[in-house]
Design a protein around this ligand. Structure first.
Ligand code: NDP
Length: 329
C-alpha cells in the first residue's frame, strides 16, 4: 500500500504529542469519495491552536492537522469531480475530526470541495486560505445588510493578521475608507499598502468602553472578539453593522445592548466551517474577481511542509504578518 508524507499528531495520556513529520499509509485515510493530491495549504489561527494543543481543536487521533488545502483530484467516484480537477477545501472539520491538509494526500467527501475558481492558482488560493475566504464572507454579509462605502468608514480589527489583511484589501478595493486597528504600529506602511486609510492603535478598542461611543464607522470586520468587538459596536453609526468572525483577543463579549436598541446596529455572525456550498462558491468567485493579486503577494510568505510545526506557535504569538502558504506537492 502506498504511503505519503504527512504532519501527524498522536494522542498522549495527558493530551496530544508534538506534531511530527512521518510517512502515513494511504490505507489509513478516512472515508471519502474523492482523493486529492494536496499541493498547497496554509497556517490559520485555528491551525496554530491545533498544532500546539492550546485549544481542543483536534477531536480524533492520530490527526493530520490543517483545515484547508488546494490540490488536484487523483481519484473520484463523486459525480462533480474527475481526476485532474483543481479543487479547494475549507473547513468541514478537516484537521479537527477528519484527517487534514498537512499531507501529500487527503481523502474527503466531494460535497466539501469547491472547484478552484478560474484565474486563481492553487498557491494563490492558499495565500487567501480560510482566513481570506472568511474575510470575504464578512464583506458579503455587510453587503447583504445593505452597507456601502457612502455610509461611512469601515473598521477592521486584527489588521495585520490573515483575516484583517485580506479584509482591508477587499474593502479598499470596493471603495471603503478603511480604518485598520493594530497592535503593531511598525506595520503601518504595510497596512497602508493594502489600502488602509487610517491606522489606529488597538488599545483604543481595548478595555471597558462606554455603552455608546462616538459614531466612528458604518461597518466593521472583527477578528478579535471580547472588548474589541464591544467597543467596535459601541462606535458604529446608526444602522451600521459589524461582522464578527474571530476570537484572537478572547471569546467573551462584554457589551451592552445600547448599540442595538438605540442605534439599530447589527452584529453579523460569520462561520466559515459549515457555511453552505452556494455561499462558498460565491465567496471564492468574488475573491478571484476582486482581490488585488499584487496586494495578495505582498501579504504572503511561503514555507515548506516542515515549517508548519514552528508556524503554529508563531501565529498564536502574533508574529505572523498577513498570510502564509505551505508548499506540499
Ligand atoms: P492571525 O493570527 O493571522 O490574526 C489575528 C490578529 O489579531 C493578529 O495579527 C493581531 O493583529 C490581532 N490580535 C492577536 N491577539 C490579540 C489580542 N490579544 N488582542 C487584540 N488583538 C489581537 O489570525 P487569523 O487572521 O487567521 O484569524 C483571526 C481570528 O479569526 C482567529 O480568532 C480565528 O480563529 C478566527 N477565524 C474564524 C473563522 C470563522 O469561521 N469564524 C475562520 C477564520 C478565522 P494586530 O497585530 O494587527 O493587532
Amino acid at each position: 500500500m502506498a504511503s505519503f508524507k504527512a504532519v501527524v499528531i498522536e494522542k498522549t495520556d495527558g493530551g496530544q504529542a508534538a506534531p511530527a513529520i512521518r510517512q502515513f499509509s494511504e490505507s489509513d485515510l478516512m472515508d471519502g469519495d474523492v482523493t486529492v493530491r494536496v499541493t498547497h495549504s496554509t497556517v490559520n489561527y485555528k491551525d496554530g491552536l491545533a498544532l500546539t494543543g492550546t485549544a481542543p481543536v483536534i477531536r480524533r487521533f492520530p490527526m493530520i492537522p490543517g483545515i484547508d488545502f488546494a490540490g488536484t483530484v487523483e481519484v473520484s467516484s463523486h459525480p462533480d469531480f474527475k481526476p485532474g480537477d483543481a479543487v479547494v477545501l475549507n473547513g468541514w472539520g478537516t484537521g479537527e475530526t477528519h484527517l487534514g491538509a498537512y499531507a501529500e494526500r487527503s481523502r474527503v467527501r466531494g460535497e466539501w470541495l469547491v472547484p478552484l475558481p478560474a484565474g486563481l492558482s492553487a498557491a494563490e488560493a492558499m495565500a487567501i486560505g480560510t482566513a481570506g475566504y472568511t474575510a470575504m464572507l464578512c464583506v458579503l454579509a455587510l453587503e447583504r445588510h445593505g452597507l456601502a462605502p457612502d455610509r461611512g468608514p469601515a473598521v477592521v480589527s486584527g489588521a495585520s493578521g490573515g483575516v484583517g489583511s485580506v479584509a482591508i484589501a477587499l474593502l479598499a478595493q470596493a471603495g471603503w475608507h478603511v480604518v485598520a486597528s493594530t497592535g503593531r504600529p511598525a506595520e503601518a506602511d504595510y497596512l497602508k499598502s493594502l489600502g488602509a486609510a487610517e491606522i489606529i492603535d488597538r488599545q483604543e478598542l481595548a478595555g471597558k468602553g462606554r455603552p455608546l461611543g462616538k459614531e466612528r464607522w458604518a461597518a466593521g470586520i472583527d477578528a478579535v472578539g471580547s472588548a474589541t468587538l464591544a467597543n467596535m459596536l459601541s462606535m458604529t453609526r446608526y444602522g451600521g453593522a459589524v461582522a464578527a468572525c474571530g476570537l484572537a483577543g478572547g471569546m467573551d463579549l462584554p457589551a451592552s445592548v445600547a448599540p442595538f436598541i438605540l442605534r439599530g446596529v447589527s452584529l453579523l455572525g460569520i462561520d466559515s466551517v459549515m457555511a453552505p456550498k452556494s455561499l462558498r462558491i460565491e465567496a471564492w468567485r468574488r475573491l478571484a474577481r476582486d482581490l488585488d493579486r499584487s496586494k495578495l503577494a505582498a501579504m504572503t510568505s511561503t514555507i515548506p511542509l516542515a515549517g508548519v510545526i514552528d508556524a503554529g506557535r508563531d501565529i498564536l504569538d502574533g508574529r505572523i504578518r498577513g498570510r502564509m502558504v505551505v508548499e506540499i506537492g
